[in-house]
Design a protein around this ligand. Structure first.
Ligand code: F6R
Length: 370
């Protein structure tokens, strides 16, 4: 049931805050200790893990990229992210101390399931992050951390994505706790910031919906879009590009902002829309300055700049033609807010063009063939 919304996608984007919140519930106590009894892998074995490989496809793989930035920073073990269909057909180096994390909304994606089987055959433990109780991927994994986004009906994944990222953060903080890789206070304050994220997403849904709709009206005839981000903004750019191409059938490319001068800038001409995910100015100043200089470069070539940026960012105000604002939050958690305007934007573009946002052509909700 669409519950008053005109599409499932609209309804499900508005469930982003609840998806994050529900994925946190019951997994930590009031003292900031994470409790994941649901993970049936021996604590001692988890402690010994020295490498993580995330396997997933599409949107779920971008959640995996976010996980890499967070987990490497918090836990100080290497995290690789690989598309499941690539992982499966090369010869990945897996040991009993490798934890393979399979991320899948449906739990039925054949490419990801084959990667899970392959990893287990090689003797690695597999933990899945999944939104569907009892699906094939969680059934065949050693352990599962469910996302509690609720059933996702629209083909384009939205609330499941923010829930996957949330589950990955919880897993990362749990491993940091087990391995003693972070101070207790640091874990506690990160969990506190995480708990505040649903309210911040809510703020975007309340205040940015109209500006985003207007932006879609203005840009509806654009033939292509570039999406750029750095650090955790990179996977967000990839996801923004994927959403727009899959439901609005617009040619998009997402890439790391640092790549701009290594090729893609050749595409920028007068009026080309370029979407920038701008990192917060506080904390990691260097990143912010780098992204702003990227904006200046494409602006000088006549691009139309669309920015997702932290409220009050004056550098962005100066250069961007259109800004989607989001509240301040720690850099590593920012994908949870940054992606929301891009989900809304893709939906509005598809609606403007008169497409069925819930059922894009040529796509199925779960891809059960290899
Ligand atoms: C994008 C989308 C797909 C899925 C991908 C993996 O909106 O829906 O890219 O993310 O097919 O699906 P799951 O997560 O079910 O394994």
């Amino acid at each position: 049931e669409k519950g008053g919304w005109d599409s499932f996608m609209d309804k499900e984007i508005h469930e982003d805050p609840a998806a994050v919140q529900r994925t946190l519930i019951g997994r930590m106590d009031d003292h900031g200790t994470i409790n994941l009894d649901e993970i049936h892998i021996d604590e001692h074995e988890l402690k010994m893990i020295d490498k993580i490989i995330v396997v997933a496809c599409g949107t779920a793989s971008y959640a995996g990229m976010v996980a890499k930035y967070a987990i490497e920073h918090w836990v100080r073990i290497p995290v690789e992210v690989e598309l499941a269909h690539e992982f499966r057909y090369r010869d990945p180096i897996l040991t009993p101390r490798t934890l393979v994390v399979a991320i899948s909304q449906s739990g039925e994606t054949m490419d990801t399931l084959m990667a899970v089987r392959h990893a287990r055959e090689q003797g690695s433990k597999v933990l899945s992050i999944c939104n569907t109780q009892g699906a094939s991927i969680p059934r065949e994994s050693d352990a599962v951390l469910y996302t509690h986004a609720g059933p996702e009906v629209a083909v384009a994944s939205t609330k499941a994505f923010v829930a996957q990222i949330t589950a990955a953060y919880v897993l990362g903080l749990y491993l940091a706790q087990l391995k003693g890789a972070m101070f207790r206070d640091e874990i506690r304050s990160t969990l506190q910031s995480l708990k505040e994220m649903p309210g911040k997403i809510e703020w975007i849904l309340d205040t940015q919906t109209e500006p985003i709709e207007r932006a879609a009206q203005r840009l509806v005839d654009a033939k292509s879009f570039l999406f750029l981000g750095r650090h955790v903004g990179y996977p967000v750019a990839m996801e923004g590009a994927l959403k727009l191409k899959e439901i609005a059938y617009t040619f998009t490319e997402g890439f790391a902002a640092g790549e701009l001068k290594h090729g893609p800038i050749a595409l920028v001409e007068d009026g080309e829309p370029v979407v920038f995910i701008v990192p917060p100015k506080h904390g990691r100043d260097v990143l912010h300055a780098k992204v702003i200089s990227g904006i200046e470069e494409v602006k000088a070539r006549g691009a139309t700049i669309i920015a997702v940026a932290e409220e009050g960012d004056q550098d962005v105000e100066r250069y961007a033609d259109i800004v989607f604002w989001r509240p301040a939050c720690p850099t590593l958690l920012s994908p949870l807010v940054d992606v929301v305007p891009l989900q809304l934007f893709a939906m509005d573009m598809a609606k403007q063009k008169g497409y069925d946002v819930d059922k894009p052509r040529n796509l199925a909700k779960s891809v059960t063939v290899e």
